[in-house]
Design a protein around this ligand. Structure first.
Ligand code: NAD
Ligand code: DAU
Length: 357
């Protein structure tokens, strides 16, 4: 038995692979293209671990995916691979369509072909789990109820439009071909190995470097934050017990305006790594031009996954954000390698003298 994870060198995917192998002997085949967001240093602790098979490649490479499926015969495919950064999607949407839409289409086709060739028992047990986002639901007004799974899809950015398209494809592959799919739509994650182009890690690394802390617009946009390890446990639970064809919203019940998030991070840094000159990190906050089409508010109603599958987040925002800031302070080399680009050399370092990846 094994599972195939795509995008397992990214932020959430690498946390998932590490968590999975911390509590299971079942091997993980990890297919990742290693774009700028893929970082094998996240998985350095698995060096020499035969349960982790890393393959550098594209989910849209049908021949490669077919070969991996035939060779490893996984009982499930979990699709984390995506272009994930909203600001990048505004500057260059094409990569988002290529990976999130065309890539997902090709992956579904490869998986369908493999799944159809399985014997009856294995076909019935097989799952394709698609990891998606709350951004597909669009933006909420302040008094609107949180997104449920039946909320209509109203994506507003090239990123969220591409994710919504992939969600539709996944749904269609169930209804048309019977592929046993599951979809999770999750809110904003934070935690270890988060690439510092996203709000929380950017604020931590800029604060420590004495740089401005950029707040888009008025800073009153609301996001619903979930510690990444809670997202990983939700995905494990959905894979284990989710009903085929269902969507499960995953969230932390932690709605907060961006400016509050930034002040919380600054206060934690003031406590854990006070500035030599005695001033607070909040003095570095700088309001900048807003993101075009910036969604005002996301909020996830996560009661279905709690009611049906008994999943609840283990961390509060206070405990999760403290762990996150502590992790960044304890891992300056990881931060330095990401900032200098040296993490991209990890493939050569890690696999020097071998035939992988
Ligand atoms: P990330 O950008 O950190 O990682 C994406 C990974 O996918 C990288 O390792 C990259 O190399 C890989 N990848 C990109 N294109 C690929 C391709 N064509 N073939 C194979 N691999 C490819 O993203 P993340 O934040 O870890 O997000 C993972 C998934 O979760 C995405 O599908 C994203 O839409 C979804 N999601 C993210 C969040 C969040 O807050 N980060 C919240 C909800 C849902
Ligand atoms: O909601 C889930 C989504 O969360 C995921 O699907 C995406 O993959 C993930 O990137 C994230 O999208 P956001 O756009 O919400 O995350 P980001 O960290 O880019 O921004 C969070 C909020 O902070 C958002 O309102 C924009 C704002 N922001 C962001 C940056 C990078 C700033 O004010 N300043 C910044 O410098």
């Amino acid at each position: 038995m094994s599972i195939l994870v795509t995008g397992g060198a990214g932020f959430i995917g690498s946390n998932f692979v590490l968590d999975w192998l911390a509590q299971s002997e079942e091997p993980v085949i990890n297919l990742d293209k290693l774009t700028y967001a893929g970082n094998l240093e996240n998985l350095a602790s698995l060096q020499g671990d035969a349960r982790h098979v890393f393959v550098q490649g594209d989910i849209g490479d049908s021949a490669l995916v077919a070969q991996l499926l035939a060779q490893h015969q996984p009982r499930a495919v979990l699709n984390f691979a995506a272009e994930s950064h909203v600001d990048r999607s505004i500057h260059g949407p094409e990569d988002f369509i290529q990976t999130n839409v065309v890539g997902t289409l090709r992956l579904l086709q490869s998986v369908r072909s493999y799944w159809q060739g399985l014997d009856e028992a294995r076909r019935a047990a097989f799952r394709f789990l698609h990891v998606s986002t709350d951004e597909v639901y669009g933006s909420l007004a302040p008094a609107d109820p949180a997104f449920t799974e039946t909320h209509k899809l109203e994506p507003n950015s090239p990123y969220s439009a591409s994710k919504a398209a992939s969600d539709h494809l996944v749904r269609a592959w169930l209804h048309t071909y019977g592929l046993p799919v599951l979809t999770t739509n999750c809110s904003n994650n934070y935690g270890p190995y988060h690439f510092p182009e996203k709000l929380i890690p950017l604020i931590i690394v800029n604060a420590l470097a004495g740089k401005p802390l950029p707040i888009y617009g008025d800073g009153l946009q609301v996001r619903d934050w979930l510690y990444v390890k809670d997202h990983c446990s939700a995905i494990r639970r959905v894979l284990e017990a989710g009903r085929v064809g269902e969507i499960y919203n995953v969230g932390g019940w932690n709605e907060k305006p961006n400016i509050d998030i930034v002040h919380t991070v600054c206060s934690l840094l003031d406590e854990l790594r006070p500035k030599a000159d005695g001033t607070g990190y909040a003095g570095q906050i700088t309001y900048v031009t807003d993101r075009p089409g910036h969604d005002r508010r996301y909020a996830i109603d996560a009661s279905k996954i709690e009611r049906e599958l008994g999943w609840k987040p283990a961390e509060t925002f206070d405990t999760g954000i403290r762990k996150t800031v502590q992790w960044y302070l304890a891992n300056p080399d990881w931060v330095a390698h990401v900032q200098s680009g040296a993490y991209r050399e990890w493939v050569q370092t890690q696999y020097a003298g071998t035939d992988k990846p």
